[in-house]
Design a protein around this ligand. Structure first.
Ligand code: MG
Length: 165
């Protein structure tokens, strides 16, 4: 175990958008004409959060833990991937302090869903809703986000050593 009782981790993820796919963000299926292309359910936010946790714990990245060559993770519910990593982190005597994240999507508007996503994430991370913050930005009609070619998410987490609380 590290001598420092806190660790931060950063996560980022991008998925291509196509018609005929589901759009699942933060564990919620959103109504949209375009959905995320991915080996799993393509939940860009849960993937960024999972990577942030792995980074904070010094445990590598989501591709190493859940390879997209592995059929076990085909169309997988990304909340299961995240729950697996949370369990691993708890086993190493870390708990999540807080999560901040941003979703980049041109449309649909995410504002009506942010509180629900925060609550879902808090449950998965086993922390209070007040310690989870979800932000959303459009691409201002420019770049791959603005042209609705992709969706992306960024996340940062703080881990706190269990014995420190
Ligand atoms: Mg991903």
């Amino acid at each position: 175990m590290s001598e420092i009782p806190f660790r931060v981790g950063l996560g980022h993820d991008t998925h291509r958008l196509e018609s005929g796919r589901r759009l699942i963000v933060g564990g919620m299926e959103l109504e949209s004409d375009l959905g995320a292309v991915g080996h799993s359910d393509g939940d860009v936010l849960l993937h960024a959060v999972t990577d942030a946790l792995l980074g904070a714990a010094g445990l590598g990245d989501i591709g190493g833990w859940f390879p997209d060559t592995d059929n076990e993770w085909k169309d997988a519910d990304s909340s299961k991937l995240l729950a697996t990593v949370v369990a691993e982190i708890h086993q190493r005597e870390w708990k999540v302090g807080n999560l901040d994240c941003t979703i980049f999507l041109e449309r649909p508007k995410l504002a009506p869903h942010k509180a629900n996503m925060e609550s879902k994430l808090a449950k998965l991370l086993q922390i209070d809703d007040a310690n989870v913050n979800v932000k959303a930005k459009t691409g201002e009609n420019v770049g791959p986000i603005g042209r609705r070619e992709s969706i992306a998410a960024e996340a940062i987490v703080l881990l706190v050593q269990e014995s420190n609380s």
